[in-house]
Design a protein around this ligand. Structure first.
Ligand code: GLA
Length: 532
């Protein structure tokens, strides 16, 4: 253990945090940001087909959404009916997925992938880890069995890559029914994806959809060594809605928005490039008010969770489009550190202050969240955000109002069931630098320990992990804090440089007796950590 004291570091820190953060080289593999785009499920469920997908892709392209960063067009469940040919290949309905351009063959999913790519967008597809998919909604059409990939992992993921898809969501309906082990199955799928990439050169972004039932925060980050992944943390935000169909009366609800936001709270697992997935959004769907749309976007951006629009894009009005493309909201979601907001204070029951640590020194995204049924005076103090100094500038994100040199805290009256989203720019607080315990030869040991870490009053602290991964592959280390349940952290290749990944941990022991251990570090070198 070698701890550089806060007091020693303070002058260096205050003056030099920004340059310290920037001095480090990026990993040699790109850090993926939370995916942004559109997904078919919330508005079209099992009725998805080629013409709907084309209309949605066109709307994404023409509405300003693509320019703002929404690039995925994700085809969810319902695109195939569970039939395979004698070679085990998925049979695609030629009527639902006809030729789009001259010379194409009907019943070939590469047609739609090509179309999506022709607009400069990326294409996503869907399957299940088990034998059967979820396709059992008899009241919105016939039930389709065998719409999962179990027994065909290599074949199916190779097919998806050959068709030209860039993204695959893998659901868990069949897996759950068969009582499979998600850590194992999703690991096998990651291997199939890597195999497909080796053969085709096409990367499939891996979206794990296990709904948080078997603690994916402990196994999903970097499962199977994948260098890009998200994992669902909760159930569906809305039941299948088919326009004018039997489900059309099922409304989206604020209750479910809050439920999914709360289930998504796993700061101990989310780390740079690897995200908890709170589900596709319902922004812009019937029955949400403009204020609720903005609240929903604020929550998703604070969580740094994927921004996948589930509404019918051809029906969005100008105000909703403006909210969805708000550059500051998107920048909060897409901040490269990838950390989710943590709750730092409460002004009273249901009156919550959330803070998201951003990459610029002294900068925080802050949400004053009023969950109650009454308007409430709320207040956030700079010290609750880990900032020092008495003054900070404040930008009110949704109104665009800029306030300079605000002293100590910000006050607002927050309407019921609503929130105020802020960008606060102040003076960064202290951090402490720790070197590994000296008994560890970090380069050869498979465990790297950092001991005698001082507790702080915060529920979660931000940890910058400074590491070197000279290999070509992303390495997965296990991370243990004190006696808490472990999680995994993915460490991208860095070449011969030192790079960093960020995560948040709870230092739940008093005094200087906290310990952070990394195991399975044989192929990487964890050089130091900085605790903010
Ligand atoms: C599950 C998933 C949804 C959607 C449906 C499709 O419920 O959680 O996001 O993919 O399956 O049936």
């Amino acid at each position: 253990m070698k701890r550089v004291s806060k007091s020693l570091l303070l002058p260096l820190m205050v003056a030099g945090l920004h340059s310290l953060a920037m001095a480090q080289a990026s990993p040699t593999a790109p850090i993926t940001l939370p995916p942004m785009g559109w997904s078919s499920w919330n508005s079209f469920s099992n009725t998805i087909n080629s013409s709907i997908t084309i209309a949605q892709a066109n709307a994404l392209h023409n509405s300003g959404l693509q320019k703002a960063g929404y690039v995925y067009v994700n085809i969810d469940e319902g695109w195939w009916l569970g039939e395979r040919d004698s070679g085990g290949n998925i049979v695609v309905d030629p009527k639902a997925w006809p030729a789009i351009q001259p010379g194409e063959r009907a019943g070939d999913m590469s047609n739609i992938a090509r179309y999506i790519h022709s607009l400069g967008l990326k294409a996503g597809i869907y399957t299940d880890a088990g034998k059967n998919g979820c396709s059992m909604y008899p009241d919105i059409g016939p039930a389709y069995f065998h719409t999962g990939s179990e027994g065909h992992y290599e074949q199916d993921f190779l097919q998806f890559a050959r068709w030209g898809f860039d993204y695959v969501k893998v659901d868990w309906c069949g897996g759950a029914k068969e009582n499979l082990d998600p850590d194992f199955q999703y690991g096998e799928i990651a291997r199939a994806i890597a195999h497909a990439e080796k053969i085709t050169g096409r990367k499939l972004y891996f979206s794990i959809c296990e709904w948080g039932r078997q603690s994916p925060s402990t196994w999903a980050p970097g499962v199977g060594g994948t260098d890009q992944a998200i994992w669902r943390t909760g159930g569906d935000i809305v039941a299948p809605v088919v326009a004018a169909g039997p489900h059309s009366e099922r409304k989206v609800s604020l209750e479910n928005i809050f439920r999914n936001f709360d289930a998504n709270y796993h700061p101990e697992a989310q780390h740079t490039g690897y995200y908890n997935d709170a589900d596709m959004m319902v922004v812009g769907m019937p029955s949400l008010t403009p204020a609720q749309n903005r609240l929903h976007l604020s929550l998703w951006a604070m969580a740094a969770t994927p921004l996948l629009i589930g509404a019918d894009l051809t029906t969005l009005n100008a105000a909703t489009l403006a909210d969805l493309t708000n550059p500051e909201v998107i920048a909060i979601d897409q901040n490269p550190l990838g950390l989710q907001a943590v709750k730092v204070a409460e002004n009273g029951s249901g009156l919550e202050i959330w803070s998201k640590f951003l990459s610029a020194s002294g900068e925080r995204a802050v949400l004053l969240l009023n969950r109650t049924y009454f308007p409430a005076p709320m207040s956030v103090a700079w010290k609750d955000l880990g900032l020092t100094g008495s003054e900070a500038s404040v930008g009110e994100v949704w109104t665009g109002k800029q306030l300079a040199a605000i002293k100590d805290k910000y006050n607002a009256t927050v309407p019921p069931h609503d929130a105020v989203l802020l960008l606060v720019r102040g003076t960064e607080g202290t951090f402490a630098h720790y070197a590994p315990d000296p008994t560890d030869k970090a380069s050869i040991s498979s465990e790297t320990r950092f001991s005698d870490i001082a507790a702080t009053p915060a529920t979660f602290v931000q940890v910058r992990i400074n590491y070197r991964n000279p290999g070509a592959e992303t390495r997965i280390a296990a991370l243990h804090v004190n006696a808490q349940a472990g999680t995994r952290i993915a460490l991208l290749p860095t070449g011969s440089n030192t790079s960093s990944a960020w995560i948040q941990v709870r230092l739940d022991r008093r005094g200087n007796s906290n310990q952070i251990r990394f195991t399975q570090t044989a192929n990487v070198r964890i050089e130091s950590i900085d605790v903010f």
